[in-house]
Ligand binder design. Structure first.
Ligand SMILES: [Ca+2]
Ligand SMILES: [Ca+2]
Length: 95
């Protein structure tokens, strides 16, 4: 009894066309961080910064105030790089 001829393989099923939609409500968090730019989302109190009242805020005075953000951005706020922040330089920070 002869063996039956090999049956042709059926064609593979077509890929499903109705792909699953992306899950709804997937959390997407995009945060932009610009560490070297001046923050403007809070204000400081000039009189609290300028402890000795000489009209300038030194780096030490910023450190003493505990304002870590301003201490970190001191070089950005100090536009003329003289090591002191004048009221003019800080006008964007003052309340
Ligand atoms: Ca001062
Ligand atoms: Ca300055």
């Amino acid at each position: 009894m002869p063996a039956p001829p090999e049956a042709p393989q059926p064609p593979p099923p077509p890929p499903p066309t109705d792909a699953m939609p992306p899950p709804a409500g997937a959390p997407v968090t995009v945060r932009e961080h610009a560490p070297d730019s001046v923050s403007s989302n809070y204000k400081v109190d000039w009189s609290a910064l300028d402890k000795n009242g000489d009209g300038n805020v030194s780096r030490a005075e910023v450190r003493a105030s505990g304002n870590d953000d301003l201490a970190r951005e001191f070089h950005v706020v100090d536009a003329n790089h003289n090591g002191r922040l004048s009221k003019e330089e800080m006008k964007g920070w003052l309340r």
